[in-house]
Design a protein around this ligand. Structure first.
Ligand SMILES: [Zn+2]
Length: 278
């Protein structure tokens, strides 16, 4: 009898197939994430109608919808009206492919576990990374983090986290609660001190979602790591284009997401008690 560790599924999870499949999987979902970013920010359905060129309204054919490649072949223009298609579409697809490859490297590659367990880790953590990518995109566009993603995301992440078993259920529960509380308290204090809103309750629900999968240690690292990522990104922009950026409201969600993904991928290198070693 062959063990599941030698079966066809295990073979597909090993290099080079594993790398290729994970990257293609990520790029395909990246196409859908583009639709989510564009439509959920406008409170539209992500299922219907089919994707159309925003300039001429022609439905986009399947062969013109291949992630990254179609944009390159058409040189960033609509096949029919030659209107420019934003560079953001292939960028989100490439980013999604990169996130999937990183999840593969972190949670599947070189692990001797049952292939079904490895696949479950890949799907769950990639879905989490994809949700953060979509939320970041919407926050950058509209300065909001829709409840339609964060509210169902919190219980889904909690159940997924408990089933994966990488962290004790209690740590995940405390993670969700503390994620919400730490942002809500900071937001109220900032409002009292500054008289204006900084972080909002969208950020609180986002950090609750992060804590539901990464636990309270992940919440602390994300909450205190995000401002540093923010500084690294914003300082160069600020010194170069001071005039244009003054008074511009900067969304905080993408920095929380970046810090959470940093913890997901590199948390194993942190010292205790913050080490994330699933
Ligand atoms: Zn067109």
């Amino acid at each position: 009898m062959t063990s599941p560790l030698d079966g066809p599924l295990a073979l597909l999870l090993r290099p080079p197939f594993g790398w290729v499949l994970a990257t293609i999987w990520g790029a395909l979902w990246g196409s859908f994430f583009n639709v989510c970013i564009y439509r959920l920010g406008l409170y539209e359905s992500v299922v219907r109608p089919r994707s159309r060129c925003p300039a001429c309204g022609t439905p986009i054919a399947g062969f013109d919808n291949v992630p990254i490649l179609s944009w390159l072949i058409l040189r960033g223009r609509c096949r029919h009206c030659r209107a420019k298609i934003s560079l953001r579409y292939p960028l989100v697809e490439a980013l999604s492919a990169g996130l999937a490859a990183a999840v593969y490297a972190r949670f599947v590659l070189g692990r001797p576990d049952d292939p079904v367990v490895l696949l479950a880790h890949f799907f769950a953590y990639f879905a989490f990374a994809g949700a953060l990518l979509v939320l970041s995109g919407i926050d950058l566009d509209h300065k909001l983090l829709p409840d339609r993603i964060t509210m169902p995301g919190i219980p889904i992440a909690l159940v997924a986290g408990i089933l994966l078993g990488d962290l004790p259920p209690l740590e995940l529960l405390i993670g969700a609660a503390s994620g919400y509380a730490i942002v809500a308290i900071t937001a109220e204090l900032a409002y009292l001190a500054l008289g204006r809103e900084g972080m909002g309750y969208g950020d609180a629900k986002l950090l609750a979602l992060i804590g539901a999968l990464l636990g309270w240690r992940g919440v602390l690292v994300t909450f205190f790591g995000a401002p540093f990522i923010g500084l690294i990104v914003i300082l160069p922009l600020f010194t170069r284009r001071k005039q244009r950026l003054l008074g511009v409201e900067i969304p905080y969600g993408p920095f929380l997401c970046a810090a959470a993904l940093g913890y997901l991928y590199f948390g194993q290198y942190l010292p205790p008690p913050f080490t994330f070693r699933p």
